[in-house]
Write a protein that binds this ligand. Structure first.
Ligand code: ADP
Length: 378
């Protein structure tokens, strides 16, 4: 039995799961929220981890490793990596690339290493899968010396999910992974799209940071970079304020006031024009990406929806792909409306491109990455 404790430590929440990497079963999972909040929260990440341990109790027995989700691995950390002090220092050095994500992940790693010193701690990077993006997709068209000096490239994120879901799609279709031309749409609070050919990443929507690309729960996605200078110079906003606004108060929240699509649909039904516009902007951006990615591919064998919105919101899936019959993509309305929470096809038999819904499981993917690192070491 290969049980792994998977820790995903954010600035104000700590998600945890104990996963059996062999069977794929989640033994237990949970989230400790409101870290650092005065009212009813827990004071810090150490207390959050202790709360997780208290909750897990007996499920903690028999662990073989602790897997940590780390958002940014920068240019050189892309394999699952056994954490030691040097790796901690390296992740810390990468904090300027991911100021909102890497510091809280490091806090999680440090408290977990102290609490469970006898277990191997393994960092799994959200950028890893996209390390091999082809140069044409990874390169920003800016001064190349400046880009090289500061590590500016498109790194991509949600890599664990894109890889896992593309492998599951191949399994579901009973086709070899290396034969498939895929588009994966990971639509959660964070959202990203990718093109995967033969199991290798070819294009993805997130860039240097997880801000580029699709409209998200609280992030803007693509912007004219001129907006940064304009807000700084004219609205006198600081760079930190602009960054925080674009990360935390934009996207669906900034446009319509809500990040949860169940609420967005209710608001639209009650005639809320702001919610309608937010939804329309979200769908418009998503369709632009799907169209672009179909052009990158020429033909797509499969388009897969995953994550909270992608797995559950039939209206988003319908509106994202409507009117694309000429592009080879046709949804079956009944299959699309089926709320089952398992891998399933939602396209018609005639659709040249198969459309799937596949639940993502980043915790399982991280647990398996940990076990495979340990197995290869021994
Ligand atoms: P995270 O990026 O935090 O991991 P998830 O992938 O869990 O996010 O997605 C969370 C989002 O999924 C919610 O904010 C909500 O918009 C959406 N969601 C969850 N369940 C449903 C549902 N039944 N219908 C529509 N949207 C849903």
């Amino acid at each position: 039995m290969n049980r792994v404790l998977v820790v995903n430590s954010g600035s104000s929440s700590l998600k945890y799961a104990v996963v059996d990497a062999d069977s794929g079963d989640t033994i237990a999972d949970g989230i400790v929220e409101r870290i650092g909040e005065e009212d009813g929260g827990v004071p810090d990440h150490a207390a959050a981890l202790q709360a997780a341990f208290d909750e897990l109790d007996d499920d903690m027995t028999g662990l073989v490793a602790v897997g940590h989700r780390v958002v940014h691995g920068g240019p050189d950390l892309y394999e699952p990596t056994l954490v030691d002090d040097a790796v901690v220092a390296r992740i810390d050095e990468l904090s300027p690339l991911a100021p909102l994500h890497n510091p809280p992940a490091l806090l999680g790693i440090e408290v977990a290493r102290r609490a469970l010193p006898d277990l191997p701690h393994i960092a799994v990077f959200d950028t890893a899968f996209f390390h091999d993006l082809p140069p044409a997709a990874a390169t920003y068209a800016i001064d190349r010396d400046l880009a090289a000096k500061w590590g500016i490239r498109r790194y991509g994120f949600h890599g664990t999910s894109h890889q896992y879901v593309s492998e599951q799609a191949a399994e579901f279709l009973g086709a070899p992974l290396d034969s498939l031309r895929q588009i994966v749409l990971h639509l959660g609070n964070g959202a990203s799209a990718s093109v995967i050919v033969g199991g290798r990443p070819v294009e993805t929507s997130m860039g240097l940071t997880p801000m580029e690309g699709l409209v998200m729960g609280t992030r803007s996605g693509d912007l004219d970079p001129g907006i940064y200078a304009y807000l700084w110079r004219t609205a006198k906003m600081s760079v930190d304020d602009i960054e925080s606004m674009l990360n935390r108060r934009s996207g669906m929240l900034g446009l319509g006031g809500h990040i949860d699509f169940r609420v967005v649909h209710r608001q639209i039904a009650s005639g809320d024009a702001a919610a309608q516009l937010a939804y329309d902007v979200y769908i418009h951006r998503l369709r632009k990406y799907i169209g672009a990615y179909l052009a990158v591919l020429g033909t797509a064998d499969v388009i897969t929806f995953t994550a909270g919105v992608g797995e559950n919101d039939a209206a988003v899936r319908r509106d994202a792909l409507s009117g694309m019959t000429a592009l080879g993509v046709e949804l079956d309305e009944q299959l699309n409306a089926d709320p089952r929470r398992e891998a399933r096809r939602i396209s018609t038999d005639d659709s040249a491109t198969t459309v799937l819904v596949i639940p993502t499981d980043e915790e399982l993917a991280i647990a398996r990455a940990c076990v495979s690192l340990l197995t290869n070491r021994s």
